[in-house]
Design a protein around this ligand. Sequence first.
Ligand code: DX5
Ligand code: ZN
Length: 227
Amino acid sequence: MTVQIAPSILSADFAALGAAIAAAERGGADLIHVDVMDGHFVPNITIGPPVVKSIKRVATVPLDVHLMIEEPDRYIDDFASAGASMISVHVEVLPHLHRTVHAIKALGVRAGVVLNPSTPIVMLEEIAGDVDYVLVMSVNPGFGGQTFIPRSVSKVRAVRDLLDRAGNRSAPVEIDGGIDIQNVARVVAAGASIIVAGSAVFHSADAERATRELKAAATAAASLPAR
Ligand code: DX5
Ligand code: ZN
């Protein structure tokens, strides 16, 4: 299993995003995770398509856009045009999730679905064969720097099993929230292969080094046989 590291710029200095992204990329970032929040689905407000477009100009790795917004269908085109390579949407806000997933794919963008910590995996049962990846939230979305919810480890394992049973072995499980050098091996061992990390990277003294160390720990865990 190949593991990808996706530093979340939510915890970076927004006045110096270009430098933050460059440091993460030097450390081996495989993706840049972009958190979009609307003040409705989650309490916080962050950024929209114009900022994604600017980031796209400087990033050399694909942009992984996580939409924590109430009406994602209204904005998918804009984020795709702005340069998103991956767009994930929360199952909690979408009564027509199948339509949304296929609308994202029709734009040539990888489509991910996200589960909040309290959302059961059964919500994915009918869509597991259609998605390009599943994002398991290991904190309640809205803010960086929160504490990892331990139950997320078994949830990652169960989502991995569901995707495998649906014949969607190539679809990775992404994990987001409270990941650091202490717990990354555990989530990788459970089957997570896209690792988001915000404060562990950008609140460290050296984002390049933090990215490199996280990737090394994740890669080492991925090479172990059992999970
Ligand atoms: C939380 C966001 C995360 C956040 C992770 O709502 O979706 O991507 O940036 O930050 P850390 O790694 O600090 O929990
Ligand atoms: Zn996120």
